[in-house]
Every structure is written in structure tokens, then in C-alpha cells.
Design a protein around this ligand. Structure first.
Ligand code: FE
Length: 309
């Protein structure tokens, strides 16, 4: 499959209350690498196997949450084309100049029916991963803590789920890989899992009373052993775990949820399946929701469902 249009999640900007504590968490414990900081006090991070300059930006703030999530597109021409389509859809669209985020080209920022801010961009400075491209070793020796490979996806909560699904599928060309249906006749969509590539999700959105909330920002590991190792790090450093290690029915991911020092939920996970755009969307029904979310327990966890930032 040729990768065209929107390529992948490229960055997320998270609000944090205490930068020193946050860097201890994201760098020393999770294993992200600090690549820059700017005059606003924002700190730029990347996973060891990411090639662009950053994928996570931490911004000092008074309350936690997500400022925006950015997706990389294949070219400046695509950026222009999608900018017009977003305007036609009715989004409030803003061009942000190159360099407003260090190492990042022009960004097209837009709002969404669920009240989140997203961005598209075509250019970001190339940093290279930690093993290079000349006779590389399979992994670097000096990565800390949980050794996360890369930023993977966000799960967001907001009110007009149907509107945001329409935006991502009709305008930006995402596929809906999985959906959760509820209500008396099973016709109310309460969750949607969306991909721009071959993953089970690059973005997930859950129907929720408030606009613009973050449920979690997720980071990829490559094996169940690595997930258990991440859990050991959480135990060793008393990082508050929300739930796990366990498995999701939805996406098949094997996962742990935990909190950063500001109360933002993080996930480390492995596994899933390959998505091709000719697959049919998977449907989960309300009566199977327990197993859809936590496959082992087959039961929901109130904190997991209700705590957002
Ligand atoms: Fe997730």
C-alpha cells in the first residue's frame, strides 16, 4: 500500500505542572530522549526509534491535558489540499508559521467537533533514530527505564463523536477499524478507533459529556516482556498504575495504564493486528463492553472510564 495523505501521528503537546518531575517521568522512567527546549519553556522529546526531531512536547501549565495532536502528511501539496478540505468541512483553520515549534515546518491547525485541536504538517527536521542507518544494531544500549520505542496514539474524550469521526474519515481519509455501539437499539456510537495507516488505531475517540478531554497518550513497546518490564519500572519507582498489565479486546493490545506526575494518563502497550483499508470495521456491542475494554477481567474499571485531563 502506498502511503499517501496523512502518514502518521507525529506529535502531541501535553500540559504539565512540574517540568522537573515530568522530565524524570518521561525521560528517566519511560525512556524518551530530550532533543530540545524553547524560550516558552517547552521541552521536546522523542522515542529512541523515531526519526523526526520530536514527538512529544511538554508545556509548563497550571492544569494537565492535551493542547493538540499533530499528524504528518506526505507533502506540502497535500497540506494545502487538506487545509482547503478542512475549511470546506467547517473547521476553524489556522496556519502556524514554521519554527513556532522548534524543528517543525508550517502547521495547519484545526478544531474538531469533539473540541480537540489537531494539526497537520509536512516537514519536520530529521534527527535519526538511536541506531542510525549504517549497519545498525537492533536496539541502542543506553535507553532508560521502560525503553518506549515511539509515540503511538491518543485516546480522546468529547461530545460530538459522530462529527469527529466524519471529519477524520471523510476529510482526512482515515479508516474506522473498530467501533463501540450502545443505546437501546444499538445505534448510538460511543467509541471509534481510527487509523491513517496499517495500525489498529492512530486515534481513538470516546463519546463524553465534555469537549476536548484527553484520556491517554500511548507509547509503543514491542513485546509482552517489554510490557512486564515497564510494569517493573512502575513498581520500582512507585508510578501510579491505573490498570494492567492486561489485554484489550478492542485492538487486541496488551497494555498498562499509568499516570504522569501531572495526572495525565499514559499507556505502554504492544501487539495488535495489521489493518488494510479493504477490511470491515469491527463492531463491539454494549453487552460485551467489559471484555472489549479489559479482555481478562471482562469488567470495566470506573477510574479508567471517568478520569480524564
Ligand atoms: Fe490506547
Amino acid at each position: 500500500m502506498a502511503m499517501k495523505g496523512v502518514l502518521r501521528p507525529g506529535h502531541v503537546q501535553l500540559r504539565v505542572l512540574d517540568m522537573d518531575a515530568s522530565l524524570s517521568h518521561y525521560v528517566d522512567r519511560m525512556g524518551l530522549i530530550k532533543t530540545d527546549q524553547d524560550a516558552q519553556g517547552r521541552v521536546y522529546l522523542k522515542g529512541w526509534d523515531e526519526h523526526d526531531w520530536f514527538s512529544v512536547v511538554l508545556r509548563p501549565a497550571d492544569e494537565p491535558g492535551m493542547d493538540f495532536m499533530g499528524f504528518k502528511v506526505d507533502s506540502a501539496a497535500t497540506l494545502n489540499e487538506l487545509e482547503q478540505k478542512l475549511k470546506d468541512f467547517g473547521c476553524k483553520v489556522e496556519r502556524i508559521p514554521a519554527g513556532e515549534l522548534n524543528h517543525c515546518g508550517e502547521r495547519v491547525r484545526f478544531d474538531s467537533p469533539t473540541g480537540h485541536l489537531f494539526e497537520l504538517y509536512a516537514d519536520k527536521d530529521y534527527h535519526g533514530n538511536s541506531v542510525g542507518v549504517m549497519n545498525p544494531h537492533p536496539y541502542p544500549e543506553d535507553i532508560k527505564g521502560m525503553k518506549v520505542h515511539r509515540f503511538d496514539h491518543c485516546l480522546l474524550y468529547g461530545d460530538d463523536l459522530d462529527g469527529s469521526v466524519k471529519l477524520f474519515t471523510d476529510v482526512l481519509g482515515f479508516s474506522e477499524t473498530e467501533k463501540v455501539m450502545a443505546g437501546p437499539d444499538g445505534q448510538l456510537k460511543i467509541g471509534s478507533f481510527l487509523t491513517c495507516g496499517m495500525k489498529a488505531h492512530d486515534l481513538a475517540i470516546i463519546r463524553h459529556g465534555e469537549k476536548g478531554k484527553l484520556h491517554h497518550a500511548s507509547f509503543l513497546l514491542r513485546s509482552w516482556e517489554e510490557v512486564l518490564h515497564a510494569a517493573d519500572i512502575m513498581g520500582r519507582y512507585k508510578i501510579p498504575i491505573d490498570i494492567g498489565p492486561t489485554r484489550h479486546g478492542i485492538t487486541r493490545g496488551r497494555t498498562i495504564y499509568f499516570f504522569d506526575p501531572s495526572g495525565n494518563r499514559n499507556e505502554t502497550f504492544c501487539d495488535s493486528y495489521d489493518w488494510y483499508p479493504d477490511h470491515e470495521t469491527i463492531t463491539w456491542t454494549e453487552d460485551e463492553l467489559g471484555g472489549a475494554i479489559f479482555y481478562h477481567d471482562q469488567a470495566l474499571n470506573e477510574r479508567f472510564l471517568t478520569v480524564v485531563t
